[in-house]
Design a protein around this ligand. Structure first.
Ligand code: PEP
Ligand code: MG
Length: 600
């Protein structure tokens, strides 16, 4: 707790995860059932009845999740895969079979048996290195909590009884809780736990509801009906504010709305620097449903459509028709702007259900991206056919990931030609001039860029992987995360070399790694000669606005200074001094904190 204005007014500071300011009454959500589970022993005759009761609760849970997926609000439909994951957890034998076994062997009630199963599953998760996957224990808890609610015969969703506009106060909010509520009644979210990448954060952003998480004790301090001010920009939550607080925050709220609507208007205008240099700003997406927010935020088409999702969520391989409809829909919705479809980049940590994870000592250096596709020609052919067929319906460009040299590129292009011939024989239409590009994300491709550039129509620099491979830093290994340095002079030199190769080969060079979405990097990327950025949808308005406040001449001068520096921290410090004040002048200081992964 930071301060107390008087005996009732309290201020808590948490992590702001969805911007905006709201003033309203609290609706405190009951603590998860998991905490209120007790053990009782069964006698012999009750055991089978208990197993049945458990299986019925599983069945109701499954039905509820399936219904929920059907009725998800449009704005969060792209997160439906979370519910698919919950359905998979529900059917996992570690949860269902193990719990039935405990009820039978130990003759205990279903709730207690479930809690014991959770303890075992939690122990397994604790051993997982990847922090994202380790964090998914939250999903297991959400599923178990729902089963326990069903065991108690309570199928009312915790947020289903909201009738007036309120601010939801909860220990945590599961994605399914969020999907079940009437979003039009929720003014804001505040929770005890959660971080920047928690599901609550992602959902709140998708629904454009201000949210602050990680407040630790908010559920203990706030009572139902208390007046709250939630500042989703600073992370402050004021409980029972004074008259003056309400007036001040009311004014800030109005200013925020005015600024937002101004940005929304200007986000559709092109990004042209003060000295007249045009930068194309496209969107990175992973799901078809994100096309809407890409357009809404002023994205000039899609610069990177990561296509792994349909392969990761399904139990089997997606069919050509399924892929075709997905790509065609994207192309038609984005027309006349282009959609850049990246062919499958599976392998590494992303392993599909259709194949067993290979046992590789270094998966990031293993059978990944274009290598895997060339080894699995049937999978590749199906995707290629879908891409080519969709190209007849708008502007589509295709790009290959993880290309490490010319031979691989020629093999992939030959494959594409064979599929084109196949379609010709079948009389199926496609765009004969389909532009073909490659991701530049392996250091050998940087070294060979002027050779590779003669065989493609564009380059897109994938700095996420380029940094990993160039600096020998596993991008998901937290022990070396401190060395993952986008501003390493080696990375800046590599980008400069690729831009130069693009210029020699007369092809456009775009950049689609996280650096493109980071406001701290915008000026230096301009100076390096990048003419196209592909970025996270929510970063588009700010990056466009920032480009308009910069000049190419100044950016080039900055580049000269930066290229004379020898370490990543020197570069970062220099850029911080240059970019942060510009953002603050634009009134976007908070976006800097929200979007910059390098400036914190
Ligand atoms: C990259 O590597 O920079 C990139 C954009 O691709 P991904 O993050 O999907 O590997
Ligand atoms: Mg990559």
């Amino acid at each position: 707790m930071n301060s107390a204005a008087n005996s009732q007014t309290k201020v808590l500071r948490g992590i702001p995860v969805s911007a905006g300011i709201v003033i309203g009454r609290a609706h405190v959500v009951e603590t998860p059932r998991l905490k209120m589970v007790y053990q009782y022993l069964l006698d012999e005759k009750q055991v089978e009845r208990e197993v049945e009761r458990f299986l019925e609760a599983l069945h109701s849970t499954e039905q509820q999740l399936a219904n929920l997926k059907e009725s998800m609000p449009e704005a969060i439909r792209s997160h439906g895969f979370i519910i698919d994951a919950h359905l998979m957890i529900l059917k996992d034998s570690m949860l269902c079979d193990a719990t039935v076994e405990k009820i039978r062997k130990e003759q205990i009630n279903a709730e207690w048996a479930l809690k014991k199963s959770l303890r075992e599953i939690r122990r397994l998760f604790e051993k997982i290195e990847d922090p994202y996957i380790r964090g998914r224990i939250d999903d297991v808890e959400d599923v178990i909590d729902r089963i326990i609610r069903n065991l108690a015969g309570d199928d009312d969703p915790p947020l289903g009884d909201i009738t007036q506009r309120v601010i939801v106060v909860a220990h945590k909010l599961s994605p399914t809780d969020t999907s079940e509520m009437d979003a039009s009644k929720v003014m804001g979210f505040v929770t005890d736990v959660g971080g920047r990448t928690s599901h609550t954060a992602i959902m709140a952003q998708a629904l454009k509801i201000p949210a602050v998480v990680g407040l630790e004790t908010i559920t203990q301090v706030v009572e139902d009906g208390d007046l709250l001010i939630v500042d989703g920009i600073s992370g402050d939550v004021i409980i029972n504010p004074q008259e003056l607080d309400i007036i001040q925050y009311g004014e800030r709220q109005t200013q925020y709305h005015e600024k937002e609507s101004l940005i929304a208007k200007s986000s559709h205008a092109p990004a042209i620097t003060k000295d007249g240099h045009r930068v194309i700003v496209r969107a990175n997406i992973e799901f078809l449903e994100e096309v809407a927010s890409a357009k809404e935020n002023g994205g000039e088409g899609i610069g990177l459509y990561r296509t792994e999702f349909l392969y990761l969520k399904a139990r089997g391989l997606p069919t050509e028709e399924e892929l075709f409809l997905d790509y065609k829909d994207a192309v038609e919705r984005v027309a006349p702007e282009p959609v850049t479809i990246r062919t499958l980049d599976l392998g590494g940590e992303k392993f599909p259900h259709f194949s067993e994870p290979l046992s590789e000592t270094n998966p990031a250096l293993g059978l990944r991206g274009i290598r895997l596709c060339l080894k699995e020609p049937e999978v590749f052919r199906t995707q290629m056919r879908a891409i080519l067929r969709a190209s007849a319906f708008g502007r589509l460009q295709v790009m290959f990931p993880m290309v490490s040299g010319l031979q691989e590129l020629l093999d992939a292009k030959r494959f594409l030609d064979e599929v084109k011939e196949e379609l010709d024989r079948e009389g199926i239409g496609y765009d004969p001039n389909l532009p073909v590009g490659i991701m530049i994300e392996v250091p050998s491709a940087v070294a060979m860029a002027e050779v590779l550039g003669r065989h493609v129509d564009f380059f897109s620099i994938g700095t996420n992987d380029l940094i990993q491979y160039a600096l020998a830093i596993d991008r998901v290994n937290e022990h070396v995360a401190y060395m993952y340095q986008p501003f390493h002079p080696a990375i800046l030199r590599m980008i400069r070399n690729v831009v130069e190769a693009g210029r020699q080969c007369e092809i456009p060079v775009s950049l689609c790694g996280e650096m493109a979405s980071d406001p701290l990097c915008t000026g230096i990327l301009l100076g390096l000669g990048i003419s196209e950025l592909s970025i996270n949808t929510r970063a588009i308005p700010v990056i466009k606005e920032l480009i308009r406040a910069l000049s190419l001449e100044e950016a080039k001068r900055d580049l000269e200074q930066v290229m004379a520096l020898s370490t990543a921290s020197e570069v970062q410090e220099y850029l911080m001094g240059r970019m942060k004040p510009i953002l603050e002048t634009l009134g976007r200081g908070e976006s800097f904190l929200e979007l910059s992964s390098t400036g914190k």
